[in-house]
Ligand binder design. Structure first.
Ligand code: BTN
Length: 247
């Protein structure tokens, strides 16, 4: 994949800009990086706090040729690429379904995948936020989040992390696009996530919450959950929370 990186000092949201560029026909591999976002977005309409130089704020335009049913695996592929990138700098990350990357059980990175139609066909925008430092973050975030600086004792230049991230996205996107790619990405994800199976969790769905034990992923990345009565539930979208023994 050929990368073109557009750097911004301040932007509303790198995902919003990548969506705009994709609609205008941007090629696969266009990356938007900003030092600060004024309207950073998280999953489920949440705000992604984006103070200046406190995080890597990155979005990439992809134009996948895979089967429609495998599109959710792009999010898992991105989680694997972030995991690999953070492992390379000496961290021991974990991935919480579907795409929260944690270190020491605190969130260090989030991924927001969005799609748009364009004259060139479907584009998928993968937005990635990685916390570099917790300085300037609101207190309620620093309670549940962590950062490269908090974990390593020093921060890493955003440009270096961008290089490593694009290299790993290219690597695992190639894996996804290869024969048996969907299965390989699920395996890569499985090897990097303590949430894959046997984890006691509560999953917040759109209108209810369910508890159970994780029981692997479906072939398109859906989470399988074994409920107390033994039935197996397949979850396509939801927020997973770990249940600790004392809860
Ligand atoms: C989440 O965990 O809720 C997903 C967070 C995704 C944040 C990134 S930061 C770069 C890109 N631009 C955005 O507005 N959001 C994503």
């Amino acid at each position: 994949m050929q990368f073109t990186i557009l750097n911004f000092d301040t932007i509303d949201s790198t995902n919003t800009e990548a969506l705009r560029q994709a609609k205008l026909g941007a090629d696969e591999g266009l990356c938007i990086v900003a030092r600060q976002q004024t309207a950073g977005r998280g999953r489920h309409g949440r705000v992604w706090s984006s103070p200046k130089d406190a995080g890597l704020y990155f979005s990439i335009v992809l134009r996948p040729q895979i089967e429609t049913r495998s599109l959710p695996l792009i999010t898992l592929m991105a989680g694997v690429a972030v995991h690999e990138t953070l492992a390379e700098i000496g961290l021991r990350p974990d991935i919480k379904w579907v795409n929260d990357v944690l270190v020491n059980e605190r969130k260090i990175s989030g991924i927001l995948a969005e799609t748009t139609d364009s004259a060139k066909g479907l584009a998928v925008i993968v937005g990635i936020g990685i916390n570099l430092t917790l300085a300037n973050f609101p207190a309620e975030i620093s309670d549940t989040a962590t950062s490269v600086e908090s974990e390593l004792g020093h921060t890493i230049a955003a440009a270096d992390l961008t290089d490593a991230l694009t290299r790993n996205i290219a690597k695992f996107y190639d894996v996804l696009n290869a024969e048996r790619g969907p299965r390989e990405i699920v395996l890569e994800w499985q090897n990097r996530s303590s949430y894959f199976s046997g984890k006691h969790v509560r999953v917040v769905l759109e209108h209810e919450a369910v508890t159970g034990v994780t029981d692997g992923l479906g072939s398109n990345g859906a989470l399988r959950l074994k409920l107390a009565d033994g039935t197996l539930m397949t979850i396509q979208t939801g927020d997973v929370q770990q249940i600790r023994a004392s809860q």
